[in-house]
Design a protein around this ligand. Structure first.
Ligand SMILES: NCc1[nH]cc(CCC(=O)O)c1CC(=O)O
Ligand SMILES: [Mg+2]
Length: 336
């Protein structure tokens, strides 16, 4: 026998010991994914008994409100805590000033009531941003040069958020990235008898190319054309700036903060959670969903296990919950 070549504490330390049986793997498991972690984004459109597939998002459909009611009941039964609503708005209702955003009878507001009637315990989260309602697909009101005007947009966003709260939204979620909008939304809610409306701030929302399929789903891609959102959404190169954005939104009155997109930005989730220690959410966005589905359809990746692994990764990174288009399928799996 020659001299042992090993270094360090081996064999007293064998990392594989704890992995040798299911019971000890379970005992040392640090993170779990449960239905409590899931928020389901849903697209709604006008009409009745109408469902439309979204081409770039296999399995995802735009639903009319009667079908939304059925889905909401099923999701509640599966234990999914909340739905995030995204309206698909007809061109006739879009304008430069996005007035439809705060019309008390608009599609989004009727959808809130639909869910609350069908499944009163379901949390309803609404998107505060003007892109479904502007003719140009930007999240705010633009000047002659196309620049999105911050303060004017914030005024409209506040009216929109209040209208959503008055229609019954539990959580309003500004996804627009204007400066000061969280404070303005908090103030208008306080001033109008809505002190318990939670604000989920899309605080660190990046100018990402992973949103493409979403823009197809809501039909804003065509309106946006070659435009981009670089003057308000964050540069994917930055990380310190995300902490600054999150800290400001918390100071202005956010209850929860969000990082978006998801998987390419797990480092941001971890930093936010470590440094701010507040309820932190992640959005596994449409492009992430689309690329997973493409691999599933080709048989290149296993659907169930990859879906679960992709979401568990968010928990490990520090997220308290995940907006994901897989929410329904995962809830079905976890309920088995
Ligand atoms: N305010 C718009 C909004 N809200 C959610 C998403 C993207 C969600 C997804 O890709 O799944 C977007 C797109 C954008 O900023 O252009
Ligand atoms: Mg900000």
């Amino acid at each position: 026998m020659g001299k042992s070549l090993h270094r360090g504490p081996f064999p007293s330390t064998r990392m594989r010991r704890m992995r040798a049986s299911e019971f000890s793997r379970r005992l040392m498991r640090e993170n779990t994914l449960t239905v409590d972690d899931l928020i389901y984004p849903m697209f709604v459109h006008e009409g009745s008994n109408s469902r439309e597939a979204v081409g770039s998002m296999p399995g995802i459909e735009r639903l009319s409100l009667d079908l939304l009611a059925e889905e909401a009941k099923l999701l509640a039964k599966l234990g999914v805590p909340a739905i995030a609503l995204f309206p698909v708005v007809g061109d006739a209702r879009k304008s430069l000033l996005a007035e439809e955003a705060y019309n008390p009878d608009n599609l989004c507001h009727r959808a809130i009531k639909t869910i609350k009637d069908a499944a009163p315990e379901m949390g309803v989260i609404t998107d505060v941003a003007l892109d479904p309602y502007t003719t140009h697909g930007q999240d705010g009101i633009i000047d002659d040069s196309g620049y999105v005007l911050n303060d004017l947009t914030v005024e409209t966003l506040s009216r929109q958020a209040l209208a959503q709260a008055q229609a019954g939204a539990d959580v309003v979620a500004p996804s627009d990235m204007m400066d000061g909008r969280i404070g303005a939304v908090r103030e208008i809610l306080e001033d109008n008898g809505q002190p318990n409306t939670r604000i989920l701030a899309y605080s660190a929302k990046y100018a990402s190319s992973y949103y493409g399929p979403f823009r197809d789903a809501v039909g804003s891609a065509g309106n946006l054309g070659k435009g981009n959102k670089h003057s308000y959404q964050m540069d994917p190169a930055n990380s310190d700036e995300a902490l600054h954005e999150c800290a400001l939104d918390l100071e202005e009155g956010a209850d929860m903060i969000m990082v978006k997109p998801g998987m390419p930005y797990l480092d941001i989730i971890r930093r936010v959670k470590d440094e701010l220690a507040v309820p932190t959410y992640a959005y596994q966005v449409s492009g992430e969903y689309a690329m997973h589905c493409a691999a599933f359809q080709n048989g290149w990746l296993d659907r169930e296990s990859v879906m679960l692994e992709s979401l568990l990764a968010f928990k490990r990174a520090g997220a308290d919950g995940i907006l994901t288009y897989f929410a329904k399928d995962v809830a079905l799996l976890l309920n088995q």
